[in-house]
Design a protein around this ligand. Structure first.
Ligand SMILES: [Zn+2]
Length: 539
């Protein structure tokens, strides 16, 4: 799958010219002087627009590239003029860990999807690990579905997982509607989701070879250390342990060099001939050294894409303070020059980076081992549990070194903050990334990545009426109140953001309004109205 040309995925007319004025169903009409829609050549453009939505079917009835007055519509129409704010398609965050059931103290469907809704994200796709059970079996998926029902404020889809020995579960999971699969080539951090070997990957590829799905990899792998280090054997040993204080970010960064990513990607590519039609995807690419490898693979026809994350584009290793484990994730946030390289790649028309996602991967504050100076107001729990649920005594907890980047859980919390993070970073760089690119990278392409481009990720007639109303000039500071995910631990806390989501609409219903009643969760009598996206993938 190649997302570069959005027209590959859509054949409907770009603009319908005949709103159904004669309809008896009350309509909702959203207008603005600026909306991101498609022109007649099927290119994304910023244009004045009139969006007519059906709250009844939850879909977009029509889009006109002009502003019609309220008087053009029946008297019972709900007509809202959002000028000068942008009307965008609701974002599709294709990489989120919601951790429920099993580690609901880390995150949950209720809190995670509220955070998503508050940031204009109308669809999230939940990763197969960190909940217990993991989504590596049909039974695990059923547990997920049971846990999610009635708790989601936006629409939610699920990935399945690839682990050693579960190949017979993959096709049943496809049937049950998973949006893709993810496997790890390195330790995942949780016992129930072990890494796969080359033979496991080969088996997954052959099993899924002719299935419309996406096979994704956490692409880090420890390159083999040679038995001999040549003449250096007289003076040194292979570098098996970290060198430097464990509370220094530089020690952590050098423990996971770019070679981990490039080696893993080479490993995946070496097997790709087993399933030439299968869409392969690298999640959370960090190291720019991987980009030429992926470009060469694409050029020789390998069906592979990659995503990067908001944090690799907004944060940099040089800026991480001693012990500030809020920045720990794997692969790591790298140097500012690496960050520049990711932005340069994104700006290319044939970028191998086709999507940007949050990789929201929270945990309890205790597992972050934050130093005292950084942990105020995080909402620590009375009972401390380890990653695998074991109870840790207060004495044991005391003994863990605060700020230890190696012992701290790796994961960054940001679901719902992605749009302002990206917009702030793009503006600060005077980058060539426009709001059209943001929509392409965070909605159109993420939706295609998970086989939902027929209903999600774009403002088009017939598609789900998922809308984000974005004030692209507002400035605000990320405080506890703006972090709606469960644990208020995020490297973005205290940062000034440019761009604020004013409203979020899911399938024709306003679910979030900044400053509105019920903490802004105004939809459907204040109850969650998100749906689970379990239709089987066709593309
Ligand atoms: Zn992840």
């Amino acid at each position: 799958m190649d997302f570069t040309d959005a027209s590959n995925h859509f054949r409907e007319p770009a603009v319908s010219l005949t709103p159904p004025y004669d309809s008896n169903i009350p309509l909702t009409v959203l207008v603005s002087s600026r909306a991101v829609i498609f022109d007649e050549e099927n290119n994304l453009v910023v244009s004045p627009a009139t969006l007519t939505l059906s709250p009844q079917t939850g879909t977009i009835i029509s889009i006109l590239p002009t502003i019609l007055p309220a008087s053009s519509f029946p008297a019972n129409t709900q007509y809202i003029d959002h000028t000068p704010h942008l009307l965008l398609p609701g974002l599709v965050d294709a990489h989120v860990h919601l951790n429920e059931p099993g580690r609901t103290e880390w995150e949950g469907f209720n809190t995670g999807t509220r955070a998503a809704a508050s940031g204009g994200v109308t669809t999230v796709i939940d990763m197969p690990l960190n909940a217990i059970p993991p989504t590596t079996t049909l039974i695990g998926l059923k547990e997920k579905i049971k846990a999610a029902e009635g708790k989601c404020w936006v629409d939610v889809g699920f990935y399945g997982g690839i682990i050693p020995g579960n190949s017979q579960e993959l096709l049943p999971l496809v049937q049950a509607g998973v949006r893709g699969f993810k496997g790890f080539l390195i330790e995942s951090g949780v016992d129930e989701f072990p890494a796969v070997s080359a033979s496991d990957v080969a088996l997954a590829m052959t099993t899924l070879a002719s299935t419309p799905t996406t096979l994704m990899f956490h692409a880090e792998m420890i390159p083999p250390i040679t038995a001999s280090v040549g003449d250096d054997v007289q003076v040194s040993l292979p570098p098996l342990s970290p060198s430097g204080p464990l509370t220094s970010y530089s020690t952590f960064l050098s423990s996971r060099p770019p070679a981990f990513e490039t080696y893993a990607i080479e490993e995946i590519l070496s097997l790709s001939h087993l399933a030439p039609a299968l869409h392969l995807h690298i999640v959370h690419l960090s190291a720019i050294e991987a980009i030429p490898i992926l470009r060469a693979a694409k050029d020789r026809g390998v069906n592979i894409t990659a995503e990067t994350c908001f944090h690799y584009l907004a944060l940099a290793a040089e800026e991480v303070a001693e012990g500030d484990t809020r920045h720990k994730c794997c692969p790591p946030i790298r140097s500012s020059s690496n960050r520049d390289g990711l932005w340069d790649e994104l700006a290319k028309p044939d970028s191998v980076l086709q999507t940007i996602v949050s990789d929201h991967s929270p945990c309890t504050p205790e597992l972050k081992l934050l130093p005292e100076s950084l942990s105020h107001g995080c909402g620590a729990h009375a009972e401390v549990k380890g990653v695998n649920g074991e109870i840790i005594s207060s004495k044991e907890a005391e003994e863990k070194e605060k700020g230890d980047f190696f012992a701290s859980w790796g994961g960054i919390s940001s679901v719902g903050l992605g749009l302002p993070i990206l917009w702030t970073a793009a503006n600060a760089r005077s980058s060539s990334i426009s709001i059209l690119d943001v929509v392409r990278l965070c909605a159109v392409n993420t939706s295609a990545q998970v086989g939902l481009s027929h209903k999600k990720g774009a403002l088009r007639p017939g598609m789900d009426a998922d809308v984000c109303v974005f004030d692209d000039s507002a400035e605000w500071v990320v405080g506890r109140e703006e972090m709606l995910f469960r644990n208020k631990v995020s490297p973005y806390q205290g940062r000034t953001m440019k761009g604020s989501v004013r409203e979020t609409w899911v399938r024709g219903t306003k679910v979030f309004e900044r400053g509105g009643s019920n903490l802004g969760f105004v939809g459907k009598g204040g109850v969650p109205a998100g749906r689970l996206l379990l239709e089987r993938r066709k593309i």
